[in-house]
Design a protein around this ligand. Structure first.
Ligand code: MN
Ligand code: MN
Ligand code: MN
Length: 201
């Protein structure tokens, strides 16, 4: 189970202000390219599951991720998540020809998708995707992830923090943002949901 605090920032100026504020705590920034897949019969989406292939900094890393039963309440998300690194070259081949997802035997997650969700080997379809600039900060013993998500229809700004104690983290983060005049709201939808809806919330 992945538990995250997710707070939405209203605009690029606020994102910039927070990015400046967190500069002393900066650890890394990566450019993520997220591509999503389903079975041809919507075998995953009909069961509220999401299959994502994520590339980091072009092809320096590739992670397959299966998410299910996602809920987002008052800025705290809870998702069943299974993640696994795969060879970026294989990831690229699957983006180019989604049916290849059905024959990657080296991936435990892709085997799970085929077996548990009964996606036929050659029926995978690509749903498209979006880019994300993720800046990571080590702050008060927490790992903060500041996201600038680039959709074809606009840019979305969010700060996330994974924690087993989301209520405390939320309180700490909200205090920090408020003390520094950073406007925020509780994220109400997942980035993938926004992508599928085709418009910013
Ligand atoms: Mn995760
Ligand atoms: Mn997240
Ligand atoms: Mn995460």
């Amino acid at each position: 189970m992945e538990v995250e605090v997710k707070l939405r920032l209203p605009d690029s100026a606020t994102h910039q202000k927070l990015s400046d504020l967190l500069k002393p705590f900066h650890s890394t920034t990566h450019l993520q390219e997220n591509v999503f897949f389903d079975g041809g019969g919507a075998e995953l989406s009909s069961k509220l599951a999401v299959l994502r292939v994520r590339f980091y900094n072009s092809d320096s890393r590739c992670v397959v991720c299966l998410k299910a039963k996602a809920v987002l309440v008052c800025g705290v998300s809870r998702v069943e998540e299974d993640e696994e690194d795969i060879d970026p070259a294989i990831g690229r081949a699957c983006v180019a020809e989604p049916c290849r997802l059905g024959s990657v035997d080296s991936s435990r997650i892709l085997r799970r998708v085929r077996e548990e969700f009964r996606v036929a080997d050659n029926s995978f379809v690509c749903l498209g995707g979006f880019g994300n600039v993720r800046s990571v900060y080590d702050w008060k013993g927490l790992k903060l992830e500041l996201d600038e998500t680039q959709y074809a229809f606009g840019t979305y700004y969010e700060i996330e923090c994974e924690s087993a104690d989301p209520e405390s983290v939320k309180k700490l983060l909200e205090g920090f943002l408020s003390d520094n005049g950073i406007t925020y709201s509780y994220s109400e939808v997942f980035k993938f949901t926004i992508f599928r809806s085709g418009k910013l919330p």
